[in-house]
Design a protein around this ligand. Sequence first.
Ligand SMILES: [Zn+2]
Length: 321
Amino acid sequence: MCESCEGVDLNDPEQRGGGVSRRALLVGTGLGLGLGVLGVGLPAAQAATAKNGKWCNPALGYFPNGGHFGAPRGGVSHAGQDVTNSTGTGVYAAAAGTVIRRQWGGGLTGRTGNGIVLSHGSGLYTYYGHLNAYRVSLNQKVSAGQRIGDMGATGNVTGPHLHFETHNGSLGRVVNPVTFMSGRGVDLGGGWPALDSGASGQRVRAIQHLLNQRGYGLEVDGWLGPTSTNAVKRFQSASGLVADGQVGPKTWPKLVYSLQRGAGGNHVKGLQTALNKRSAGLLVDGDFGSVTNTAVRNFQSTNRLTVDGVAGPITWRALVG
Ligand SMILES: [Zn+2]
């Protein structure tokens, strides 16, 4: 996949993710105190929030052979991670941000095809390449999980896939997207996310609705604060899980319900909230009627899942991943 495109010279310090290595060096040499001035040393609570809850899967798919970060590309290295699925598969913003590029190759050297660059602030950028269609405009603000385009095969490729890059420090400082996303609770390509205490956002709202279906009576404020974390721990204990308060790959499957048309309640509110994270635009009323049914089917179709209108574990995982 990608063939000769998206190669950059990782030996070039401008392309190597210098932000991370320099930070490690500073800490290692006892100069870490200066980092707060650079905006890296966040207070603990903010750091926990930044770490997860704000990042999500840009596309469902698998990693093709040779599509990994750093793979040799005609003398240079693959600058991203390829995620393969069919043309038209939804491509979503990995985090909230602003569309700063929407052009061939994202305006980045060596990249080809329709590309989008999102700026997430704090020197973080993501790039989405080979898109079949754009679903956002230049300078548009996007939320995490909002649909920004369709997977495609534009540019120098052998088949449809998303070429996904993560830049840390400044635009051009590419870092391994798999480890970058993993450090933010996301299993790139698909998989349950890991949300720790302190996380916030739509998925936390979904979790609170799902817990309320079981009678926990939580305020749905989208924050995994002490009260909600305690509820997660109690749910984990009651479900035979380790009560660590983290909603991760073991907790999610026990937490979600298999839902279809006719269902009603807080669990449906959780589903509607999760669908909204993926741009469904539903009224969160807890009623699984025709509108929610259509939204589930559209999401399944867009993500190449079985289109049956049943929100089971696989659909849930794709929604919240
Ligand atoms: Zn690629």
